[in-house]
Design a protein around this ligand. Structure first.
Ligand code: KIV
Length: 271
């Protein structure tokens, strides 16, 4: 199925219609203006300014260190590159878990200072009051269940979540709670495909999977992983569409050689 160019601007309503019509949702992370512009024109429905910026842009081991100011910088750059995609921004760790008032004021800063269209936060029942408060201010909320990287020190590892019955039941309960509260979509990260399919079929709102199989309403990948900029991260769920690491490395080595040999610039490349 090709990109639906009829849709001038993707909204949360568009995503609901896509689920109802069986049209899959393509989501990708983006952190800057230039890539956002490329992904928007290539037909990506949703651009997620993920707190994975902490890893792939800032080089931290986890998503925990990134700040609200840093997320706002990335998100406002992405928004300037977009004309069709819906832009969703992660609330970073420590900016919403305290209480619902804190969650709302972090959200308001993101919405006012970036021009983004929605926020995403991690968790189920434990953050439901915050979700309700943000929604009551008129801001669309995307949920995130399964492997929630902001809780990595609680989990201890990045392995598949909800393989055990009790955790799977909690995840199904949380998904229902998020839908009832009014979330417009839920990211399901690294859970068994059968569970993700069951959750997807039980909800009216779309699910977006990452390592959650083909039964979700859409898929999301981190841009650096799918473009092959990162080389060390190769989980089973990742499809690498390019080997940018190799291409960029080759191009830059050639540039260095050309400069060292005085081959660059040549006569036509100077004034
Ligand atoms: O921060 C991020 O990139 C994410 C995706 C992995 C869903 O939350």
């Amino acid at each position: 199925m090709s990109v639906n160019k009829e849709v001038k601007r993707i909204t949360t309503n568009t995503l609901h219609k896509m689920k109802a019509n069986g049209e899959k949702i393509a989501m990708l992370t983006a952190y800057d203006y230039s890539f956002a512009k490329l992904f928007d024109s290539a037909g990506v429905d949703v651009l997620l300014v993920g707190d994975s910026a902490s890893n792939v842009m800032a080089g931290h081991e986890t998503t925990l260190p990134i700040t609200l100011d840093q997320m706002i910088y990335h998100a406002s750059s992405v928004v300037r590159g977009v004309s069709r995609s819906l832009v969703v921004v992660d609330l970073p760790f420590g900016t919403y878990q305290g209480n619902s008032k804190e969650a709302l004021s972090s959200t308001i800063r993101i919405m006012k200072e970036t021009g983004a269209h929605a926020i995403k936060l991690e968790g189920g029942e434990e953050v439901i009051e915050s979700i309700k408060r943000i929604l009551s201010a008129g801001v669309p909320v995307m949920g995130h269940l399964g492997l929630t990287p902001q809780s990595i020190y609680k989990f201890g590892t990045y392995t598949v979540r909800a393989k055990e019955e009790a955790e799977a039941e909690k995840l199904e309960r949380d998904a229902r709670l998020l839908e009832e509260a009014g979330c417009f979509a839920i990211v399901l990260e690294k859970i068994p495909a059968a569970l993700a399919k069951r959750v997807t079929e039980s909800l009216h709102i779309p699910t977006i999977g990452i390592g959650a199989g083909n039964g979700c309403d859409g898929q999301v990948l981190v841009m650096h992983d799918m473009l092959g900029i990162t080389t060390e991260f190769k989980p089973r769920f990742l499809r690498q569409y390019l080997n940018l690491h190799e291409s960029i490395n080759g191009a830059v080595q050639q540039y260095v050689t050309d400069v060292k040999n005085s081959d660059f610039p040549n006569d036509s490349e100077q004034y």
